[in-house]
Design a protein around this ligand. Sequence first.
Ligand code: NAP
Length: 288
Amino acid sequence: MQTRAIGTRQVGAIGLGGMPMSIEGRPDERRSIATIHGALDAGVTLIDTADAYHLYAGEVGHNESLIARALASWGGDASTVLVATKGGHLRPGDGTWTRDGSPAHLRSACEASLKRLGVDAIGLYQFHRPDPLVPYAESIGAIKELYDEGKIRIAGISNANPDQIRTAQQILGERLVSVQNQFSPAFRSSEPELDLCTELGLAFLPWSPLGGIGSAAGLGTSHARFQQVADELGVSPQRVCLAWMLAKSPVVIPIPGASRPETIIDSARAADLELSAEQFARLDAAAG
Ligand SMILES: NC(=O)c1ccc[n+]([C@@H]2O[C@H](COP(=O)([O-])OP(=O)(O)OC[C@H]3O[C@@H](n4cnc5c(N)ncnc54)[C@H](OP(=O)(O)O)[C@@H]3O)[C@@H](O)[C@H]2O)c1
């Protein structure tokens, strides 16, 4: 698989989003492990997760623990895999999402994630979502401390606007390597952040790149030109979507979610799908 940079590290250009394996509608553990192994066997070396990817109140870190178990039982070299987790978001267990960007919470969340992942330092630790009750610089300052103490190897931010990206870069310097924002054919309002990441050389990780768990299967219907190009190339519209994103900028690394091996294996092949300049222009104009 084609690789891309996150800081000084190279990863497969398509990552795996872990969320569908831990929230509403999640599959059983056996299928989840098969999905993660299928992704790794297909050349995926970036797995995105979060402590908040769980369903019930008492199982914080469900997805992190699942990934740790899948890596332990995989036949390949797990040291080649970058596990990217996040802190600062919480799920009380009633289907809602809450936030806590306080330094005290981020510290305890990071320490708990470290234990669940069973590593000395977290590969990539991302501040999940700005907390309106905590100054952004304070939350980012906490991430810097975690880095300086050796608890995380590199840092990222998520759901950040251009001002927040610049603030985070001022505080974190080279420790900051990635920005993870929502981006898909249906959600293009984060193009300014994507452009800023290209300018600053930060990896840009589109979340819900296929439109989200409930909409991904219908991408070819909701965005007919993606289906049209898919028919021209004899591939799925989801694969075309991911190839379109990759072609937008060399800093893009999509993290499509999956709960079945078939879907992530199909998505992984987007890393090697070439669109013609005309096809790219058609998709880029049509999306939105
Ligand atoms: N930072 C944040 O605030 C934030 C927010 C949301 C998500 N995320 C991250 O971003 C990741 C991706 O987002 P998402 O999971 O919400 O949405 P998504 O990637 O847009 O859609 C996920 C769904 O796409 C389906 N899919 C994947 N590849 C496919 C293919 N080639 N053909 C057909 N269907 C395909 C999967 O179906 P199956 O289930 O059938 O495999 C899966 O349920 C998450 O898993 C999570 O890691 C981050």
